[in-house]
Write a protein that binds this ligand. Structure first.
Ligand code: APR
Length: 237
């Protein structure tokens, strides 16, 4: 079986990492203004404020641990590969919890928080400490040119052509823990449907494009994803 999975912030919620949009108004973008913190214009205007926001998120990430949903996907990847199948794992998340759970191939379409990118030489380097204007790019030596290696609003996601190409020839498309409100990620389900691929949503509640899915499973990712993966491996879904 060949499965394409896209994950969002909901899969990391039970690991203590905030989600962006919550009905109770406590989501990250209800508490912080994305136009002041997550755009290239905001970074040009006040890089110190943007660094402070991502430094706090980086510290939270380093203290977090993967949960059962991350582990279930890593195990599914290994077992499907052993059976001649494949799991393509794409994430909108900038955390490394999929990798820490053992996933081997993860496409981060919105970047990675534990990396920095140089705005001068475009070099991408691993970065686990707080990042600031005094830091120097180890690739080109310039100071003050490093930014978090994340995709901001108004910027193109990473690897989008390869991600769309990976949709070809899969048997099942699954979206996990995403509100389906941010494009182009939210449009992938329609691409999959257009190719006649069966689609499934696993989420706490119906997403913005819930009607695009053939099957829906609502509940906590740490419970629903392992149950779903077991059914896949038993050939029951
Ligand atoms: N288990 C399953 N689903 C959950 C859980 C959980 N424990 N907790 C929350 N969810 C669901 C919510 O119901 C919501 O539909 O996860 C979804 C999270 O939605 P968002 O907060 O909008 O996150 P996401 O879809 O990943 O956002 C997309 O927007 O802000 C940008 O770049 C950022 O990558 C992000 C993109």
């Amino acid at each position: 079986m060949r499965i394409f999975v896209i994950t969002g912030a909901g899969i990391s919620a039970e690991s203590g990492l905030g989600t962006f949009r919550k009905n109770d108004g406590t989501g990250i973008w209800a508490r912080f203004d994305p136009m002041k913190l997550a755009t290239p214009e905001a970074f040009a205007r006040d890089p110190a404020e943007v660094h402070a926001f991502y430094n706090a998120r980086r510290r939270n990430l380093i203290a977090a641990e993967p949960n059962m949903a991350h582990f279930a996907l890593a195990q599914l990847e290994t077992i499907l590969a052993g059976r001649g199948g494949q799991l393509t794992l794409v994430t909108q998340n900038i955390d490394d919890l999929h990798e820490r759970a053992g996933s081997q191939r993860v496409s981060h379409m919105h970047g990675e928080l534990l990396k920095a990118r140089c705005t001068a030489c475009e070099g991408v380097i691993s970065w686990r400490e707080d990042l600031g204007l005094h830091d120097r790019c180890s690739a080109c030596g310039r100071q003050g040119t490093l930014r978090p290696h994340v995709v901001w609003f108004g910027e193109m996601p990473l690897q989008i052509d390869a991600i769309c190409a990976a949709l070809n020839d899969v048997d099942l498309f699954v979206a996990i823990g995403t509100s389906g409100s941010v494009y182009p990620a939210a449009g992938l389900v329609s691409e999959a449907r257009a190719q006649g691929i069966r689609t499934c949503e696993i989420n706490l509640e119906p997403s913005d494009n819930a009607d695009r899915f053939d099957e829906s499973r609502y509940g906590l990712a740490s419970k629903e994803v392992p149950a779903w993966a077991d059914e896949v491996l038993r050939g029951e879904t």
